[in-house]
Design a protein around this ligand. Structure first.
Ligand code: PGA
Length: 253
């Protein structure tokens, strides 16, 4: 089945508002000059979202957040609720990025709560999974990713599955310059689709959009994105350089 490609930029904790505006303006301009064939999303820091919403109002570039609280409102200092994101027109949220798992103790259970709460408010999750270097070296990578998928997706009802994007991001490839080979990535994507298919059937599994993330750049994007199970990319470092990000978008078209 033909799935649309999505290129999503995860800016992480980078750029001040004025730096971010410069970067997003270049993307808006490029898209006006020659409309992107792939779907494109950017996930800047929270402080940029409101301003970007206005800028992206008439653009096909989708605005995403990097995180959300698993609570709706209340005494949770420092947290941002799905209601606040919905109110400013956010359409996607990255959930359980490995940096959130690693540095902020996010578990599969927390990811599930976050996914449930945002789907209820019609915002789509980009749910991140991926093994550590030790997991891969000990040949546990399939088991780890299977657990991340079953602990979360298997707890959701069938009609939610097409609303979810998975990002397979091996931790050892994030920000390291060491990319999974196209075969390694494609094998894992195909494995994820099988795991989803076992519970939800081949049709829903076939619709699932699975992105690859981990040191994607202009030089390796073409080969990765040509693999049959790779439906796009979640791009960190290279999404902060306009030329590089635009080249990745081109490679997806
Ligand atoms: P990277 O980050 O492209 O800088 O490796 C990817 C990610 O963490 O989403």
């Amino acid at each position: 089945m033909k799935r649309p490609k999505l290129i999503a930029g995860n800016w992480k904790m980078n750029t001040t508002l004025s730096e971010g505006i410069k970067l997003v303006d270049i993307l808006i301009h490029a898209q006006k000059k020659s409309p992107f064939k792939a779907r494109v999303a950017v996930a800047p820091p929270y402080t940029h979202l409101s301003e970007f919403r206005n800028k992206l109002m008439n653009s096909s570039i989708c605005l995403a957040a990097q995180n959300v609280s698993d609570k709706l409102s209340g005494a949770y200092t420092g947290e941002i609720s799905v209601l606040m994101l919905k109110d400013i027109g956010i359409r996607k949220v990255i959930i359980a990025h490995s940096e959130r798992r690693q540095y902020f103790g996010e578990t599969n259970d927390i990811a599930l709560e976050k996914i449930k709460i945002i789907l209820k408010h019609e915002i789509h999750p980009i749910y991140c999974v991926g093994e550590s270097l030790t997991d891969r070296e000990k040949d546990r990578h399939y088991a780890v990713v299977e657990e991340q998928i079953t602990a979360v997706l298997y707890k959701l009802s069938d009609e939610k599955i097409p609303k979810i994007t998975i990002a397979y991001e091996p931790v050892w490839a994030i920000g390291t310059g060491r990319t999974a080979t196209p075969d390694q990535a494609s094998d894992m994507h195909s494995f994820i689709r099988d795991v989803v298919g076992k519970r939800f059937g081949d049709d829903l599994a076939g619709q699932l959009q699975i992105l690859y993330g981990g040191s994607v750049n202009a030089a390796n994007a073409g080969e990765l994105l040509s693999m049959p199970h790779i439906d796009g990319a979640l791009v960190g470092g290279a999404s902060l350089k306009a030329d590089e990000f635009l080249a990745i978008i081109q490679a997806a078209g």
